[in-house]
Design a protein. Structure first.
Length: 130
């Protein structure tokens, strides 16, 4: 995780320098605030990753002498194709359209969302296509 931490911290330093230069040349508050926010978006996870990288065992990705097999990890099973993500997306779209067309579309959308959630749960418990 050390490489990721250094990458994020470099982004934070870059955004901090750009924010200082931007504020010094333009005196604009909103752009400076957004650049400072971008600096924090790199600083917070980068600092957290750096903190964890010092407390955990090094990964294979952090070792320059590691082989490809050491970083492969466990290859698990992948789920089969399913219709339920499409049904969930359609239901969420119908619920979103309820803001435009009225509450009656939310009823159809909510029923699609509920049926998709039930379908995914049942399908994952049975291990096959329903």
């Amino acid at each position: 995780m050390r490489v990721e931490a250094i990458f994020l911290l470099v982004i934070a330093v870059f955004c901090g320098v750009v924010a200082a230069v931007y504020w010094g040349t333009s005196y604009e508050q909103s752009g400076t605030a957004m650049l400072v926010g971008s600096c924090l978006l790199g600083l917070l996870p980068g600092g957290y990753y750096l903190w964890w990288s010092r407390r955990m065992d090094p990964r294979a990705e952090d070792d320059p002498e590691a082989t490809l097999e050491q970083g492969a990890g466990v290859v698990g099973a992948f789920p089969s194709s399913s219709i339920w993500p499409v049904v969930l997306g359609l239901g969420a779209a119908m619920v979103g359209l309820a803001l435009v067309f009225g509450v009656w579309t939310a009823v159809f959308g909510a029923s699609l969302v509920v049926s998709a959630v039930i379908g995914v749960v049942v399908e994952s418990r049975r291990g096959g296509v329903i």
